[in-house]
Structure formats: structure tokens, C-alpha cells
Write a protein that binds this ligand. Structure first.
Ligand code: XIL
Length: 356
């Protein structure tokens, strides 16, 4: 089996050591009265660079039709070092007719990202939602075969370009049952999830393979426990899984839970990475954003955070103003809180410090 390699991120210990060495060097130079040059021009001043200093990524969901909006791409290119296509890799987008694959919009996002050194999260290979009509009308072994072929074709197309795949999305039911969600895929047999993971591993052995879901943030919730039990079972039986994605769409109906860090560390203790894959928070309270970042930083295997859009106007929940940038592209207080948390709790100076 392929080990879950650090395909994209520097190991944290190396990042720490580098940071410590850089600090020591700065101290020596400062003591000698020399001019201090920053280690990396943007370190500590953008979300991506600051996350990278902590051995992590900071990403955004990106829509292909916004890549021609320069206000949008200015923020994307400046702040983020990871990208998740918001809709363009979904089943209805990539296989609109059975056996006919379209990758134009997804490829556009992948090429925008990779040509600028950003990594790409793939989202998503198997899901009950956003299925094309032909798939919605299928069932049984024909659907199982069509799903596996979809996973194979799409993961093969993007092989080597996607660092992590949300192989299966939202397969568990809400509420207290801890059961699988009913869907046409679920009705093909309970083993549909592991079959999808095996097909994804075969198609792209280098990509990290994630299970992704929402309402799995509160450690005490039945849905969280059900996903945890599935991941533990997969690890025990050698089903190829490398990561768990927590969507973390927080709002008054499903608020940020005080035990979020316990959830992250409990999943990580199973031997998988944890990624916060679709973060947005109703009204973008700075303290909640800060808590989420600090919780991720406290868990070694929490490897990165993705916000689900860039400006409030880009959000699927635009009425909640849940993101880090206003609709006109200004940084919100939540942005400053996230950046400061990534920088270890200190706000970076807006101009370089004077020395000597
Ligand atoms: C959303 C997109 O943001 C919308 O543009 C689209 O209309 C519906 O899907 N969970 C997921 C994401 O895994 O794919 C969803 O994205 C948001 C909820």
C-alpha cells in the first residue's frame, strides 16, 4: 500500500527547524547591526505564505467562470496556495453524458493553480448530489459499474495534478442514527465507499484519498462517531484512505463546537490526515475563525484549511457574509484574526521593521 506521503507540504518539524534557524540568523545579524532581509518576501503577510511557514496550506474554493474577474484573481493569486474547484470536478460537470467526459473548466482551474505553484484538492468523485440525469436514473450493479468507471476516468485524467481527492462526499445521514445516508449509490451495497477508494487508489496512487462530510465537527454527534468508526474500520482492514475532510460550514443551526479540536485530534489519531475543506462561518466572527485556525495548528496532522469561496459575494451562502473578504475585496477582521493565528498569535508589521 502507498503510504500517505507529504506530497505537497514540508514536514512540520522541518518548517519549525527552518523558522527557528531563520530567527536565530535574524538575531545574530541584528546583534551585529546588519540590515535584516526577510527570509521570504511574503512570509507572514498572506494566508498561504503564513500557513506554509506552519507546514500547512491555506486554500479557497474557486469557480472557473470567475477567473476572468481580475479583482477575484488578484486576491486568489496573492493569498492562497491551494485551490478546490467549487463545482467543476463534480460528476454532472465531468461526465454530463455517460461515457463522455468534459474537463475544460476543471482543467482551467488546475492550470491556473499549478502554474502559480498552488496545489489542487479534487472535489468530488462519488456523491449522491450533483449527479447528471443519466446517473440519477441508474441503480444496482449498472450504477456501481458506472460510478467506478467515473472514479477511474476522472482520477486518471488528473493523475499527478491533484494532491488530495474527496473520493466520497456526504455519505452519512444527519441526526442521531449514525446510519448511512440513503441514496442510489448506497443502495448498490454498503461496500460502495470502499470500492470507490480502491478504484481511486488504483487510478492515482500518489493522491491522498479523503472522505469528506459536514456536521462531523462536534465530537459527540452520532454522525461524527459514525464517520470515525468507518475510518477506523477502513484503516484496520487496509482500505486505502489517507485523510478525512471536515467541511465545517458553521452557522446558527450548526455552530462551531467547543470540542472541535478533540474531533480533529481523534481522527488524526487513527493515522489519517485531517483537512478543513469548506470553511465558512455565518457573519465571519473573528474569534471563531481564530479558534478554528488554532485548533488546526494544535493538531500535527491537520494539514490545511480551505475556505469555501474568496469574497462574500462568491459564497454559496452569500446572505451570511461568511468569508474573509468583503464583496468589494477588502480584508475583514476575520482575515486579520486568521493571519495573526497562522503567524503564531502576533500581527505582522505592515512595513518592515527598521533596524540598527
Ligand atoms: C456547493 C457550491 O458551492 C454551489 O455553487 C453549488 O450550487 C452547490 O454545491 N458541500 C459540498 C460542496 O461538498 O460541493 C457544496 O458546494 C457545498 C456543500
Amino acid at each position: 500500500m502507498i503510504d500517505s506521503c507529504q506530497r505537497n507540504n514540508r514536514p512540520r518539524s522541518t518548517a519549525r527547524r527552518r523558522a527557528a534557524l531563520a530567527l536565530a540568523a535574524v538575531g545574530l545579524l541584528a546583534a551585529a547591526g546588519a540590515v535584516v532581509l526577510p527570509v521570504a518576501a511574503s512570509a507572514g503577510t498572506t494566508l498561504g505564505a503564513s500557513a506554509a511557514e506552519r507546514g500547512r496550506y491555506f486554500g479557497a474554493a474557486v469557480a472557473a467562470n470567475k477567473l476572468s474577474d481580475s479583482a477575484y484573481t488578484t486576491i486568489l493569486n496573492r493569498e492562497f496556495n491551494s485551490v478546490t474547484p467549487e463545482n467543476e470536478m463534480k460528476i454532472d460537470a465531468t461526465e454530463p453524458q455517460q461515457g463522455q467526459f468534459t474537463f475544460t473548466n476543471a482543467d482551467r482551474i488546475v492550470s491556473h493553480a499549478r502554474s502559480r505553484g498552488m496545489s489542487v484538492r479534487g472535489h468530488t468523485l462519488a456523491w449522491h448530489s450533483q449527479q447528471p440525469g443519466w446517473m440519477q436514473n441508474m441503480s444496482g450493479s449498472a450504477l456501481r459499474q458506472a460510478m467506478l468507471n467515473h472514479v477511474t476516468q476522472v482520477a486518471t485524467h488528473f493523475r499527478g495534478q491533484v494532491v488530495a481527492w474527496d473520493v466520497v462526499n456526504e455519505a452519512f445521514a444527519d441526526g442521531g442514527s449514525g446510519a448511512r445516508r440513503d441514496s442510489n449509490l448506497q443502495r448498490t451495497g454498503n461496500d460502495w465507499i470502499e470500492a470507490a477508494f480502491r478504484a481511486a487508489r488504483a487510478a492515482d496512487p500518489g493522491a491522498k484519498l479523503c472522505y469528506n462530510d459536514y456536521n462531523t465537527d462536534d465530537w459527540t454527534h452520532a454522525k461524527t462517531q459514525a464517520v470515525y468508526n468507518m475510518v477506523r474500520d477502513f484503516k484496520q482492514r487496509g482500505v486505502p484512505i489517507d485523510c478525512v475532510g471536515l467541511q465545517s460550514h458553521f452557522n446558527s443551526g450548526s455552530p462551531y463546537p467547543g470540542n472541535y479540536r478533540t474531533t480533529l485530534s481523534s481522527f488524526a489519531a487513527l493515522g489519517v490526515d485531517v483537512q478543513i475543506t469548506e470553511l465558512d462561518i455565518q457573519n465571519a466572527p473573528a474569534d471563531t475563525y481564530r479558534n478554528v485556525v488554532n485548533d488546526c495548528l494544535a493538531v500535527a496532522r491537520c494539514t490545511g484549511i480551505t475556505v469555501w469561496g474568496i469574497r462574500d459575494s462568491d459564497s454559496w451562502r452569500a446572505d451570511q457574509n461568511p468569508l474573509l473578504f468583503t464583496s468589494s475585496g477588502a480584508k475583514k477582521p476575520a482575515y486579520d484574526a486568521v493571519l495573526a493565528a497562522l503567524n503564531g498569535g502576533t500581527t505582522p508589521p505592515t512595513t518592515p521593521p527598521t533596524t540598527g
